[in-house]
Design a binder for this molecule. Sequence first.
Ligand code: C5P
Length: 233
Amino acid sequence: MLSARERLIVALDVPTPAEATTLVDRLAGLAGMFKVGSQLFTAGGPDLVRALVARGEKVFLDLKYHDIPNTVAAAVSAACRLGVSLVDVHALGGKAMMEAAVGAMPAMGTRLLAVTVLTSHDAASLGEVGVGGDVADAVRRLALLAHAAEVDGVVASPQEVALIREACGADLLVVTPGIRPAQSRLADQARAATPAAALKAGADMLVVGRPVIEAPDPAAAARAVLREMDGGA
Ligand code: C5P
């Protein structure tokens, strides 16, 4: 059984490595993992990831690769060599692409996730890019495809965790962004849930960004999320 801390991934969505380092210092011991996404990786590069790993932090490299299978396999392989704990691809890249990524994974150390449908999408915005039907159907389809490609887990909105569990079983790791503590702003997350609700639905790990990193006191905000995860909110 993982602790609340081990289940909490804080998204370091800040513009510079210096700001990321300050946040990691302030959140010492409060998060099981830190997520480095496109913004920070583009600014700080692999050196920042290596520095976080060197100081003993677990890193989720969230670059959501979506390219031809050969390119994605090579990118995933490079990510694994950085020593990250989690790396992800877009399930929309297709089964062959996900299988190529799975084939590039080392026997242990790093786990591969596939993003189903971004938590900022709703049915209307999905329809605009040609994905018809409702969001739940698209998530189920993509989760089944990812499972068939033998990825370790998926990234999905808290609202779709239950249907993913039903379709794919208990052994698939489910990581959910779009977490909003009780009383916080939704910003651009269309399909959000509270930490307790996401865990109750069956999520393994929660990604929390702005509610923690934009708080006046990020450590206090992280502690509040941990309390909510423990059901003490
Ligand atoms: O600030 P907030 O808590 O909304 O941050 C959510 C984080 O999770 C962002 O870094 C975003 O890139 C990421 N994410 C997401 N939806 C996905 C996958 C990742 O919001 N499907």
